[in-house]
Design a binder for this molecule. Structure first.
Ligand SMILES: [Zn+2]
Length: 416
């Protein structure tokens, strides 16, 4: 389909000289996303502890919910009846859902996170986290798994994931993929990339069938997901195959980069993949949010990001600032009658002090979750907005060097 048929399109803007990075605009049926953009995560159709109007006020251009969680609770039919995930949660802007593959498989191995995992001497396809039972089993057709909620048995296939994501109705949806870990062997990674490619073609076919069947609904852009772990040849081949994938004229509307990424190679891996992908389609990096990672990925051509980290860490009292992060529940904040960060334009910093936030943590008051999340989400959204402005203004390199030169993690501010 062409963009004029669907209401979904991407227009590239300014490029970073001699790099893959660029600005652009993704147009969806629920509005535009100016890229690069940080997409806020609302896993269960809610950004935990924060109202949608506050998410809009802090500048978020889109929200990403999770197909696996919404499948288990409340069920995609109920979200469909409500008019899709945006209408259901009271968010009028663009929405994304991820395919459920990462959640199904990462919980299957018992790990919550694969990024930056130390893998020295651990290569094995059988490894699971200590004390965990394997909850998912992969075969060539799909994945059997048990619910993390109640242990009940379920099965996802590419077709099931597409059916769920069509019922959830987000503007941007992702093909069902197998997410490996850095501990899997080279042989397994090769098999897995082949399997993910076969699943990608099945997703395209089912997406086309559902788009025709549900022709009165807004078009949903389908992104193929590039896997291949840390192997250059696998990543490049996977990107080429997804870029070329075409089922009866249906191609991917954009691409996601997923799976096991070593932090020190993150920019390099994005570069391998984006050299192979077409310039005229958007590219999303799944699950990344640390400032140095955002700069590296944007420089290498990533357009959108999502990550649960800003809100998850906020609920553990971690505050991000331009000089690094610190925890507001420590002594350094007890008598600090200054905002989390001087000059921050978020609602929290405009109205509350570190001493007040420290008090809320000690008194176990729920408001601290809301205030900390607003600050952290604003920090990430604003940083990516500033990076976008720096690309358009022709000073990306200076802005990156200046920002990262001041940014330490953790910050020295916590001991003030
Ligand atoms: Zn703030």
């Amino acid at each position: 389909m062409t963009s004029t048929d669907t209401g979904f399109s991407f227009t590239a803007g300014t490029s970073i000289p001699d790099r893959l990075g660029r600005t652009g605009v993704i147009t969806t049926p629920h509005g535009e996303i100016r890229t690069p953009a940080f997409i806020v995560v609302g896993t269960a159709a809610t950004v935990k502890a924060v109202l949608p109007r506050d998410i809009e006020a802090l500048g978020a251009q889109g929200v990403l919910a999770n197909a696996y969680h919404l499948y288990l609770q409340p069920g995609p039919d109920i979200v469909d009846e409500a008019g899709g995930v945006g209408a259901f949660m009271g968010w009028s802007g663009p929405t994304f859902t991820d395919s459920g593959g990462f959640q199904v498989l990462s919980q299957g191995a018992g790990f919550k996170k694969v990024l930056a995992m130390s893998t020295a001497g651990l290569a094995s396809d059988e490894v699971i986290a200590p004390g965990k039972d394997r909850l998912a089993l992969v075969d060539d057709d799909g994945v059997d798994f048990r619910s993390f909620r109640d242990g009940s048995k379920h099965r996802f296939t590419p077709e099931v994931s597409m059916q769920i994501q069509h019922q959830l109705g987000a503007d941007i949806i992702f093909a069902f993929d197998e997410c490996t870990t850095l501990m899997n062997t080279r042989g397994y990674q090769e098999q897995s990339v082949e399997r993910t490619q076969a699943w990608a073609l099945r997703c395209l076919a089912e997406h086309q069938r559902l788009t025709e069947q549900r022709a009165t609904k807004p078009y949903q852009g389908l992104f193929g997901v590039v896997q291949g772990a840390q192997f250059e040849d696998l990543r490049r081949q996977a990107a080429r195959d997804l870029a070329d994938a075409n089922v009866d004229g249906q191609q991917f509307d954009g691409f996601g980069i997923g799976g096991a990424l070593e932090k020190e190679n993150l920019g390099t891996i994005c570069g391998w993949v984006n050299e192979e992908l077409p310039d005229n389609k958007p590219r999303h990096l799944l699950g990344i949010s640390e400032p140095e990672d955002l700069f590296a990925a944007i420089e290498q051509g990533i357009d959108t990001f999502d990550c649960v980290n800003p809100s998850r860490t906020a609920r553990n009292n971690r505050a991000y600032t331009s000089t690094g992060w610190y925890n507001v529940d420590t002594l350094g904040s007890k008598r600090s009658h200054a905002p989390i960060e001087e000059g921050c334009d978020c609602y929290t910093c405009q109205n509350f002090t570190r001493a007040y936030l420290h008090h809320l943590t000690r008194a176990k008051e729920l408001l601290v979750f809301t205030l900390m999340t607003i600050h952290n989400e604003r920090f990430h959204v604003r940083l990516v907005d500033q990076i976008r402005d720096s690309i358009d203004g022709g000073f990306f390199g200076d802005f990156r060097d200046d920002f990262l030169g001041r940014y330490h993690r953790p910050s020295r501010a916590g001991s003030q």
